[in-house]
Design a protein around this ligand. Structure first.
Ligand code: COA
Length: 320
């Protein structure tokens, strides 16, 4: 039996910090409202000209260094992103060229905030079947580019960043299971209406629009269900989980899932205050933060989960 093991993590945040006070100058909001309703204090914003691939490259190089893996050993790149640099080539192909890798498959996965978990699930299948042995999996976003900075319903929530992991095939687990789901019927609750085949000139809204209250309800119930599904598949109980590494959208959703698992707050990796919602980057950013500060130790059991536009949702149970 082959498993995919996480052998290195990395992340990168743009330099510019945007605080709640900065956002108070843009829209009718307040630091206390944002902190109370979301837990967010600040977020990072990519510099002018700084792209998703720039962030992905920095995170990837840090993960490769941590893993002690050279770019030429990588035989698959999967990037979760919804804010690609260009319509094509994919961000994964742009990144592959920068890393000097030539030949192996490289592609993007578009599942919005579930993008990294989807990318990890896809990469896991490649490793389990023997189709790949050393994989770079990335979640990277410049959400600031699809935010309407006049819309207080959304602009307080999102940020930019990237996180990466290197996976290696191993006889020891590894990723125990991944669970990927979607239900397109809720598209109108969270979307960027503008697109490509609808035409550039038809004036369709190019910004992220959300019905926050409704998204909140679906996210909480759906994530709660996927926690059960993940544990049941593996014949494990909630006491077996050492760390919850949740999608960083909102403190209240994170806390609800932590309670569901019966985990004390200090066993839930929470970076939402400093990062905001970085969409596909949020789970790998949180993972790398807790690996580098020494909280997550080898052999521990990690539950990763995410929810996002589509709707999409997913989880991964990982023996680190
Ligand atoms: N600043 C100040 N007030 C704001 C505001 C802002 N940025 N945004 C909304 N408000 C106001 C509303 O107009 C409303 O005012 P009213 O009571 O006078 O009508 C009040 O605050 C409450 O709004 P509501 O939408 O009910 O707040 P909420 O408690 O649902 O919190 C979210 C809003 C967006 C923080 C919350 O719904 C949420 O987190 N949803 C999930 C979002 C998410 O995770 N999306 C990504 C999924 S990947």
């Amino acid at each position: 039996m082959k498993y995919a093991r996480i052998v290195g993590t990395g992340s990168y945040l743009p330099e510019r910090v945007m605080t709640n006070a900065d956002i108070e100058r843009l829209v009718d909001t307040s630091d206390s409202w944002i902190r109370e309703r979301t837990g967010i204090r600040e977020r990072r914003i990519a510099a002018e000209g700084e792209t998703t691939c720039d962030l992905a490259e920095k995170a990837a190089r840090r993960a490769l260094k941590a893993a002690g893996v050279a770019p030429r050993e990588i035989d698959l790149i999967v990037v979760g992103t919804t804010t690609a640099d260009q319509i094509f080539p994919s961000t994964a192909c742009l990144l592959q060229a920068r890393l000097g890798i030539h030949g192996p498959a490289a592609f993007d996965v578009q599942a919005v905030c579930t993008g990294f978990v989807y990318a990890l699930g896809v990469a896991d299948q490649f490793v389990r079947t023997g189709a790949a042995t050393t994989v770079l999996v990335i979640g990277a976003e410049t959400m600031s580019r699809i935010i309407d900075w006049q819309d207080r319903d959304t602009c307080v929530l999102f940020g930019d960043g990237a996180g990466a992991v290197v996976l290696k095939a191993d006889s020891k687990p590894g990723i125990l299971s991944t669970h990927l789901h979607a239900d397109g019927k809720h598209a109108d609750l969270l979307q960027v209406p503008g697109g490509i085949s609808g035409g550039y000139e038809d004036g369709r809204d190019p910004y992220l629009r959300m019905r926050g209250k409704e998204v909140f309800k679906v996210a909480t119930t759906t994530l709660s269900r996927i926690v059960d599904e993940t544990l049941e598949t593996n014949g494990l109980s909630r006491e077996d989980v050492d760390w919850l590494i949740p999608h960083q959208a909102n403190n209240r959703i994170i806390a609800a899932i932590g309670r569901k698992l019966g985990l004390p707050e200090e066993r839930v990796v929470n970076t939402v205050a400093e990062h905001g919602n970085t969409s596909a980057a949020s789970v790998p950013l949180a993972l790398d933060t807790a690996v580098r500060d020494g909280r997550i130790q080898p052999g521990e059991l990690l539950l990763l989960e995410a929810f996002g536009g589509g709707f999409t949702w997913g989880s991964a149970l990982v023996r680190y």
